[in-house]
Design a protein around this ligand. Sequence first.
Ligand code: KG4
Ligand code: ZN
Length: 345
Amino acid sequence: MKILGIESSCDETAASVVENGTTILSNVVVSQIDIHAEYGGVIPEIAARSHIEAINPVINKALKNANISIDNIDAIAVTHTPGLVGSLLIGTLAARTLAILHQKPLYPTHHLKSHIYANWLSGNSPEFPLLAAVISGGHTQIIYMKEHNHFEIIGTTRDDAIGECFDKVAKILGLPYPGGPAIAKAAENGDKTKYHLPTPQVDNLDFSFSGLKTAVLRAVQKELNLPITTPSHELKDHLTSQQVADFAASFQNTATDILIKKLKTAADAYPAKSILPAGGVSANTVLREKLTNQFAKTHQVFFPNPKLSTDNGAMVASAAYFSIQSGVPATDPYSLDISPRSTIV
Ligand code: KG4
Ligand code: ZN
């Protein structure tokens, strides 16, 4: 079964053709990072306008690279929630139009579900039950899955997402958007023990990351002997590159430790066979090393291909395939709804 997957929930316009949920025949991603980097974050209106320009060429290229015509596609899948409304609108409108025009079944797909299913695209087949850690720019959740298409949220952030925290800390340090890759790179030359940052004490399997961001802010102000009233955007001008590297390494070490600790608590409480991170932050190399060290002896640990950690159309097609296998019916393209926020079900 060949599915065309379309993704436009944030700042990537992406389309992909995937066979049987696991084999990528094409994967085209047009990133808007360069456009938004100028502003230090995603500007929703600009994102939507950029999707309009990119969506048709991206879909056409995905079909061409897969050497397939739309007539030979079995189904169309598209991200319909959660995400930026204007961005979601462009991808879903394109998918609905194609579904109606070419009479293809349409499968609206939840973005977090898609991130999890990126783990099935690397030749892997994680065993159930499993624990998935969705760690992206907008979400931080631990999800227990007993089987395909069954999602139980057992932990979630009470404020910022972990990726958002990487992005905000990067801004304080004067590093570019998106902050995750920039912090990971700067941290390579840094001392992770240089600055002690507190671990938030949050009950159960929940997270809190906004305190960690503020802790970095205060530590930078203290290091520079500046008052706590100094605006965060002024600090970067006073930091040496070694200080930036040390702060990046210390922050990355603490943020990844928080995640590992919660996942360990989850793994002790739930009888999971596999552990799989998903979403943009799962591209982080230090996190991958720590996950392997912590869980390799007790669980099967899976990772998406780093290129598939961030937003793409292949994961959308894969998630739709496994939904179809679980008996989820196609949606009437005329009544497809989008939603900026929603929980995975
Ligand atoms: O999954 P994603 O592409 O979009 C959302 O669904 O949010 O994730 C983007 C997030 C950004 O916050 C970005 O800074 C973070 O993933 N990220 C990373 C790395 N690569 C991307 N965080 C840490 N280390 C990385 N290597
Ligand atoms: Zn995402």
